[in-house]
Design a protein around this ligand. Structure first.
Ligand SMILES: Nc1ncnc2c1ncn2[C@@H]1O[C@H](COP(=O)(O)OP(=O)(O)O)[C@@H](O)[C@H]1O
Ligand SMILES: [Mg+2]
Length: 316
């Protein structure tokens, strides 16, 4: 099997926590050829055939240098059986255009080249909005750019309100406020850029003190979970702002959430997905380069990357 990883530069990977590195290791372990490139190495020519300037790579144990790389070359994407789109956000027009080029690989190969997660879902399933269609499973949420409407939503809530950019990740710009906060309106003005940009206003879930749960799903089935518990000085359950990681079980309520979204994930080729759940409420369905494999492997004694590659082989 020939595999290509479209990703951030190899040299920038944090090997002790990176999920893409685990997927590459497992490809190598299974005897597949592995190559990598960044989105900016993609182009199309000869009609609708996408190509990549890419570098072959063989993973080694981290102590042994982690990688052996070969000579850069030019290959049509139709050479590959499986292409992983693992570029981290920003979710911008370059990201969207990359999904178009990747989709051409499947078309140009007559369906033989598979891209994960499916480019169409990467493009159309906004991680925060995707969750909202599952009524009853998500917290009350308003999506708007109108300052007065957002203020009114916050005022109608019994407790606190969370304000967040529609395209954020890693907790960037996520604020907590409440109806009697004299900063509320000013925060909304800042986040919306004076009413120009959409944001999400959401009921604050006090259960966040117990953690923001990340559940990994492979082809729609939950395979492991971890809790990210906010530190004492930041309300956010994101690891790079100091949240600590703990083992946890998947509750019955969370099984219900997974079952509710499973069919759609399978049907849409969203093979490796990370959902976020706070207090039993679904807040995000992460399809663009979800992380957590290494932490969940360590906490639960599983090998999520093997389950992912088993699923890919079973779907072949
Ligand atoms: N409804 C909510 N109730 C309580 N805390 C929340 C809520 N939504 C987000 N947060 C806090 O903000 C953090 C980041 O929010 P999230 O929606 O996951 O955005 P991001 O994509 O930036 O991680 C969460 O880990 C949590 O600490
Ligand atoms: Mg999050």
């Amino acid at each position: 099997m020939n595999t290509l990883y479209v990703m951030d530069p190899l040299a920038s990977l944090n090997l002790a926590g990176d999920s893409t590195y685990m997927l590459m290791q497992e490809s190598t372990r299974r005897g597949a050829s592995v190559a990598w490139c960044t989105p900016s190495d993609l182009y199309a020519r000869e009609g609708a055939v996408p190509w990549a300037r890419c570098q072959p790579v063989v993973t080694r144990p981290v102590e042994a240098g982690a990688f052996d790389t070969g000579a850069w070359g030019e290959r049509p994407l139709t050479d590959f059986d499986v292409i992983w789109m693992r570029k981290d956000p920003p979710f911008d027009m370059t990201y969207i255009f990359t999904t178009y080029l990747l989709e051409m690989a499947t078309t140009a190969s007559g369906g033989r080249t598979r891209v994960y997660n499916h480019p169409q879902g990467l493009r159309s399933r906004n991680e925060k909005l995707f969750a909202l269609q599952f009524a009853g499973l998500t917290p009350p949420t308003l999506v708007s750019h109108e300052i007065a409407r957002i203020v009114a939503f916050a005022e109608a809530l019994p407790g606190k309100v969370v304000l967040k950019p529609w395209d954020g990740n890693g907790g960037r710009g996520v604020l907590v406020s409440h109806k009697d906060d004299s900063n509320l309106r000013s925060m909304i003005e800042l986040l919306t850029g004076e009413g120009k940009h959409y944001i999400l206003a959401q009921r604050h879930l006090p259960e966040i003190v117990d953690g923001d749960k990340r559940i990994l799903l492979v082809n729609g089935e939950p395979v492991g979970a971890m809790l990210r518990v906010p530190g004492p000085k930041d309300h956010r359950g994101n690891m790079h702002v100091g949240a600590t990681v703990h083992g946890c079980a998947i509750t019955e309520r969370e099984q219900t959430i997974c079952a509710a979204i499973s069919g759609m994930l399978k049907a849409e080729g969203q093979l490796f997905v990370g959902i976020d759940v706070i207090g039993g409420y679904l807040t995000e369905i992460n399809v663009t380069s979800p992380t957590g494999i290494q932490e969940i492997n360590r906490l639960q004694g599983v090998q999520v990357e093997r389950q992912i590659w088993d699923a890919i082989e079973a779907l072949a």
